[in-house]
Ligand binder design. Structure first.
Ligand code: KG4
Ligand code: ZN
Length: 369
């Protein structure tokens, strides 16, 4: 059993450490507990994600108190699993041996500080602070929304070029940003009401599908798309704000439209068709505004990011609409939804350690803060 002292002397200032290459990322902003080791912002040595989403399949959304309780139990096992995998440690190695690897090999600790659920964020943040003190490693605070964008760097094939436009589509956010370099993010527009992921989750709940709604809607929608004739057009629901140049979208009307359609079912009603119409309305709204963003700002790259970027239809339609206009980047599907590799990746390109005493969880952090 390792025995830790209650007080540690702080030696050299953490920010004095010059070469930061191997970073451990810790992510607990919503219902996932995740830890990953990433080298040079690209090479993922390990990535462990433990989700409690199955706990909430009946409720239609995350229950913060339950999510946080699950995270408190799993955060250290998930961190040690990520270290074990990255350094090929034997199953017989004790926690103290695993931590010795970390002390020897890890250059910095990156942790999500927001936005997210306060109880969940605090678990990651307090754990990272403790490890920073025990391991004597610098700690780098990371904005979860910005980190989603950095999932696009977790690949050896090609690297995004600045200036770039990124569209972050997650469960709580739909944000267009312009990045002139790693340090310069400008918010350009986004949703006026529900986020894209929220639109999937809420309409799925309406159809009696489990949480998270995006994968559930998309499975039914793909069945319809694969079986439909080419003459059938998916345009049942409106694409609000499509006629303005502003980079704003709106999804709250879709809920009501889908609800009315569902409650007034015609004899030929098909739930697969309804799912496909919902998906198409969300995807088209995002594609229309992405084209406007690229035509207006003429970026060298366009980056899609966030949980909704796992959506096959969105990936296909956004690539087709933009491929002649700019270079399009879409993360590997395993790094689209919440994970810690993107947290470590973002920290590598923005290596600004701060004293552990100054790290504060901020549930309402915005993408350009
Ligand atoms: O980025 P993320 O994992 O968590 C947040 O930061 O919110 O995004 C979660 C969201 C959920 O709303 C989920 O329904 C949606 O991403 N999502 C999808 C798909 N996979 C996850 N939406 C559409 N199609 C998918 N395949
Ligand atoms: Zn996320």
């Amino acid at each position: 059993m390792p025995i830790f002292r209650c007080f540690f002397k702080t030696g050299r200032h953490m920010s004095e450490i010059s070469t930061i290459r191997k970073i451990i990322g810790i992510e607990t902003s919503c219902d996932e507990t995740a830890s990953a080791i990433v080298e040079d912002g690209k090479k993922v040595l390990s990535s462990i994600v433990l989700s409690s989403a199955d706990t909430f399949s009946w409720s239609g959304g995350v229950i913060p108190e339950i999510a946080a309780r699950r995270q408190i139990e799993s955060v250290i096992p998930v961190i040690s699993a990520s270290l074990r995998e990255a350094f090929n440690a034997s199953k017989n190695n004790k926690l103290s041996d695993i931590f010795d690897y970390a002390i020897k090999e890890i250059d910095a600790i990156a942790v999500t500080v927001g936005p997210g659920l306060i109880g969940s964020l605090l678990i990651g943040v307090e754990t990272a602070k403790t490890l920073s003190l025990v391991w004597q490693k610098p700690i780098i605070p990371v904005n979860h929304l910005v980190a989603h964008i950095y999932a696009n760097w977790l690949s050896d094939s090609k690297t995004p070029q600045f200036p770039l436009i990124a569209l972050v589509v997650s469960g709580g956010h739909t944000d267009f940003v312009l990045m002139k370099n790693h340090d310069n993010i400008k918010y350009l527009g986004g949703t006026r009401d529900d986020a894209a992921g929220e639109a999937f989750d809420k309409t799925a709940r309406l159809l009696g599908l489990p949480y998270p709604g995006g994968p559930a809607i998309s499975t039914l929608a793909n069945k319809f798309i694969n079986s439909k004739s080419s003459a059938e057009v998916l345009n049942l629901f409106p694409r609000p704000m499509a006629n303005t140049k502003r980079l704003n979208v709106s999804f709250s009307g879709l809920k009501t439209a889908a609800k009315n359609y569902f409650n007034n079912q015609k004899p030929n009603f098909s739930v697969n068709r309804l799912a496909a119409e919902i998906q198409e309305a969300i995807v088209d709204s995002l594609v229309i505004k992405s084209v406007i963003a690229v035509e207006t700002y003429k970026p060298k790259s366009f980056l899609l990011a966030g949980g909704v970027s796992a959506n096959k239809r969105l990936r296909e339609k956004i690539s087709a609409a933009l491929e002649k206009k700019t270079k399009v980047f879409i993360p590997n599907p395993k790094y689209t939804t919440d994970n810690a590799a993107m947290i470590a990746g973002a920290a590598f390109y923005n290596p600004k350690p701060i004293p552990w005493q100054d790290i504060i969880a901020n549930p309402s952090l915005s993408i350009d803060e």
